[in-house]
Design a protein around this ligand. Structure first.
Ligand code: GLV
Ligand code: MN
Ligand code: MN
Length: 419
């Protein structure tokens, strides 16, 4: 058993082939992926995942949020599984690695176990979480949020995209609404491999990030209503220009974040109505994304932005609505899982650095209901949510190898505990 553990390795070429193959589903001309959640492209990649998992002898279960669980039995099948995975949806101009690496590294981990004929004590399940990105249906990580009991199923199913289609309707349409109630499944642990999406590992020349937690995040929706009016005939003092208000708010978000040491603030979506060159915009919808390790700092930044919205409304004669639609507190990971990742990196011969995740991940919600940790690998120039996002074959393989070892490590602990 011990000898087998030492020799178990993932296959870097096979993992890379999977990454490149799935990247064709929704491939963009600039080398990225546009595979928004619950679209037909999402269905295609889910079908691909199902076929591959079944070929490994797994049973694939889908819950009623569309989360997918590909299960390989353990010697003690009554022990809750060790979950490994991430997400297969992408941003509109996403890269090949954000999310996909975590699912495909997990699939490769299972393949290595199957090939070696290695039987784990606990079952191992590869998980594909629905709508991690939150680009089409806000907020991000909806389905892992339901899994963790943070959101209700009905609330999540009723979330609507900007065209008015509901999450539940879109899930039904691609045929991936399963029978199992989301959250009914228990996990012994969860491990997620991901590209860092930031610059630290690359800058310090480290192979692996041992992720100890995820920073706090908040999302807001702002609507400004002024008055549509003729661009050629409406004197400047008589205008109620919603876009001018939005411009002030965009600048205020940037200034409020910069006023703190650690906060980041972004306006990522701006919808201007009616959107005609010779009509003063009467309505603008915009989104705000704020993040910081400390929620008290976020409270301060939120107040600054709320004040800026009020001021823009008062000065420009606009009706304003400023709504916080999502608040996720900072989420520490579990000491046992962090230790398993650290030990896995050590036995694999990789250099490490502890870090907090700047990006959101399903692991942050799963951590509320199961011991959880994450494994980061470097990405080129720290760039992500971009078609140029890149991690090398070796970097991806390192993440998968650490995942495999972490599973073995944690499985051994479970065997000691329950065996
Ligand atoms: C998820 O991609 C996030 O917004 O961090
Ligand atoms: Mn991701
Ligand atoms: Mn992402």
């Amino acid at each position: 058993m011990i000898a087998a553990m030492k020799n178990l390795t993932i296959d870097p070429e096979r993992l890379w082939d999977d990454l490149m193959q799935t990247a064709q589903i929704g491939a963009t001309p600039k080398g990225g992926i546009c595979r928004l959640t619950l679209t037909d492209l999402d269905r295609q990649v889910r079908d691909w995942f199902t076929t591959r998992a079944q070929a490994l002898g797994c049973t694939v279960t889908v819950d009623d949020m569309g989360n997918m669980f590909a299960r390989r039995k353990g010697t003690r099948d009554d022990v809750p599984p060790i979950g490994i995975g991430s997400h297969l949806d992408t941003q509109p101009t996403g890269g090949k690695f954000d999310g996909a690496l975590g699912v495909l590294a997990a699939l490769e981990t299972l393949r290595a176990l199957v090939e070696a004929g290695y039987e784990t004590f606990a079952p191992v399940e590869v998980i594909n979480w629905t709508n991690e990105e939150g680009s089409r249906f806000a907020p991000a990580m909806i389905a892992s949020g339901v899994f963790a009991g943070v959101f209700t199923r009905d609330w999540a199913a009723a979330r609507s995209d900007r065209e008015g289609e509901s999450f539940g309707g879109a899930l039904e349409a691609i045929g991936y609404r399963g029978e199992e109630p989301c959250g009914a499944r228990k996990l012994s642990a969860f491990f997620e491999v991901h590209i860092e999406q930031g610059p630290h590992l690359e800058a310090e020349g480290k192979d692996i990030g041992v992720v100890t937690g995820v920073q706090a995040m908040r999302w807001y929706e702002v609507t400004l209503t002024g008055q549509d009016s003729h661009a050629g005939t409406t004197p400047m003092p008589r205008r109620h220009d919603a876009l001018l208000g939005a411009a002030r708010i965009v600048a205020a978000v940037d200034a409020a974040a910069r006023a703190q040491n650690t906060t980041v603030g972004t306006v990522g979506r701006l919808e201007v109505k009616p959107g005609s060159p010779n009509v003063i915009p009467g309505e603008v919808f915009l989104t705000v994304d704020l993040r910081d390790p400390d929620p008290v700092v976020l409270d301060r930044v939120e107040r600054d932005i709320a004040d800026a919205v009020d001021l823009a409304g008062a000065e420009l004669g606009l009706t304003t609505s400023f709504q916080r639609i999502w608040a996720q507190p900072p989420q520490p990971f579990h000491a046992d899982c962090i230790a398993a990742v650290r030990e896995a990196a050590r036995v694999s011969g990789f250099t490490t650095r502890d870090m907090i995740s700047g990006a959101g991940h399903d692991a942050a919600y799963v951590a509320r209901v199961a011991p959880t940790a994450m494994i980061f690998v470097p990405c080129l120039n720290g760039i992500s949510h971009n078609e140029a996002e890149f991690s090398s074959k070796e970097q991806c393989a390192a993440g998968a190898q650490v995942l495999l070892q972490a599973v073995l490590e944690y499985d051994r602990k479970l065997a000691e505990k329950f065996g």
